[in-house]
Design a protein around this ligand. Structure first.
Ligand code: ATP
Ligand code: MG
Length: 457
């Protein structure tokens, strides 16, 4: 039987970033299999799938679907061939309902009038058929990430996708949501769908995939049967050397309390109580996890800690100073950092380049600003330093944030956020610094970590 997908000798060079993202890549995927596509950040996985989905044109190479050579110039061509893609960053309209999103562009209508009831019914039926129940009238902006992803999958299935590409589908999910998604993927494969599952998480590869293909530095390293490949072997293929998979972590030795929340009360956007009388403290060198189902005040709490939302009551103390009424900028100056849950909406500006993103929270410093004019050479120097310092090989100074790979984007956001002003160590003035604490919010949960005295982060 012909393979469902054959990508032959695909090559793609991006002049804007001077990256050969796909270098003579060949990949075959059998019908009905779950095929994991793995590789480190910037390996070229998304580029390859974007080419298959018609979002990029390859410089050379050939694509076959069910044994037939095809030309895919646009996602519409891909959809017609039964290819669906759920992207790393969802492409839903937040103010629309689930039904409106799924049926966008293919709405049932009569004389140009949309048939909303019919639309919702179609979606309900589709969702039930695939065992992925949803409320067709719920608005995307009110849904947890796992449910938004389910909508993306249903959207592809509504367009009769037989080959489904899931680009890092578990990166944004809670463990429970991951479990549910993996079951959905297996179920779709049993129903004859071919799934291309991009991930870095080798345990998931073991759990869900039949075969895996590994990419490294734009090249295809090889394809293996998952049952016959151990996780250390997969890791070796990914990075090109043996990888220590167990972390030799010594017990923490936390120091003094650096951050304290005392009897904090915060309201949500509609003025209703979201956080009620919460108290906790975090010590230097400690990671504090706060667990909870999303929508239970975590977002409001982290916004209050970072200064983006006022508190109704209580106090925050940071290194013995009351910072409850301090602005975001003042908190940053003291050494606090916030890694937002949504790195695209809050953490980074996709329309700018690496240099600009990096100085966005320190552009007033004399190192970067003279009489109100930005010193571009200093910004560039600082970006080069940061790329090298943080080993973000897939990023280059001057590169637009929008063109970074998904994982590089995440790492860059983390770095930008953590480079709090007082932890800043410029290449020109290597000064000893404190990094007091980093706050991070991750998929409805957040944690705090304090680090000890360090040079840079
Ligand atoms: N539109 C683009 N313009 C310029 N360069 C790009 C573009 N898209 C991707 N790249 C570059 O191509 C390389 C491969 O990126 P790609 O997104 O395919 O990686 P990936 O394997 O999906 O990584 P990740 O696991 O981080 O998502 C990266 O160096 C990236 O910066
Ligand atoms: Mg990617």
């Amino acid at each position: 039987m012909a393979n469902a997908v054959e990508l032959r000798n695909i090559t793609k060079y991006f002049p804007s970033s001077n990256v050969l993202a796909n270098n003579d890549v060949t990949l075959s995927i059998a019908e009905g299999e779950v095929h994991a596509l793995v590789g480190e950040n910037g390996a070229g996985k998304t580029t390859l799938m974007n080419i298959f989905y018609g979002l990029h044109q390859p410089d050379s190479g050939e694509i076959l679907v069910n044994g037939q050579p095809v030309e895919i110039h646009h996602p519409d061509d891909a959809i017609k061939l039964g290819i669906g893609m759920v992207h790393q960053h969802f492409k839903l309209v937040p103010s629309f309902t689930i039904a409106e999103n799924i049926m966008l562009g293919i709405e049932p209508n009569q004389y140009g009038m949309l048939k909303k009831k019919e639309e919702a019914e179609l979606v309900r039926q589709l969702a039930n058929d695939f065992g992925l129940p949803v409320d067709p009238y719920a608005r995307i902006r009110d849904l947890p990430v796992g449910m938004q992803q389910r909508v993306e999958i249903l959207k592809a299935l509504q367009r009769e996708a037989k080959i489904l590409i899931l680009d890092e589908p578990t990166a944004v999910l809670t463990p429970q949501e991951v479990k549910e998604l993996l079951a959905v993927v297996r179920n779709l494969a049993q129903r004859g769908r071919t799934i291309i599952f991009i991930t870095h998480k080798l345990v998931e590869v073991k759990d869900v995939a039949d075969r895996l293909s590994v990419m490294r530095g734009g090249k295809m390293i090889g394809t293996r049967s998952v049952a016959e490949t151990s996780i250390p072997d997969m890791a070796r293929m990914m990075v090109g050397r043996s990888v220590l998979l167990e972390l030799d972590k010594k017990p923490a030795t936390p120091g003094q309390v650096v951050f304290k929340a005392d009897n904090i009360t915060v309201t949500d956007a509609s003025g209703l109580p979201a956080v009620r009388h919460i108290s906790f403290s975090v010590r230097e060198g400690e990671i504090l996890g706060i667990a909870g189902v999303s929508g239970n005040g975590q977002t409001e709490l982290v916004e209050a800690i970072s200064g983006m939302r006022p508190v109704e009551g209580g106090t925050f103390t940071f290194v013995d100073k009351d910072i409850t009424r301090r602005s975001v900028g003042e908190r940053r100056k003291q050494g606090m950092a916030h890694i937002p849950e949504d790195r695209i909406k809050i953490g980074l500006n996709l329309e700018t380049n690496l240099d600009e993103n990096l100085v966005v929270n320190r552009y007033k410093l004399p190192e970067f600003n003279r009489l109100g004019f930005m010193i571009l050479s200093a910004m560039k120097r600082f970006a080069s330093f940061a790329v090298k310092q943080f080993s973000i090989a897939a990023a280059q100074p001057g590169e637009m944030i929008a063109t970074l790979s998904g994982g590089t984007c995440r790492r860059w956001c983390w770095r930008v956020s953590c480079l709090a002003s007082r932890s800043l160590s410029l290449p020109t003035s290597q000064r000893a610094v404190w990094m007091w604490a980093a706050l991070s919010l991750c998929i409805g949960r957040w944690w705090m970590c304090g680090t000890g005295r360090r040079r840079c982060c």
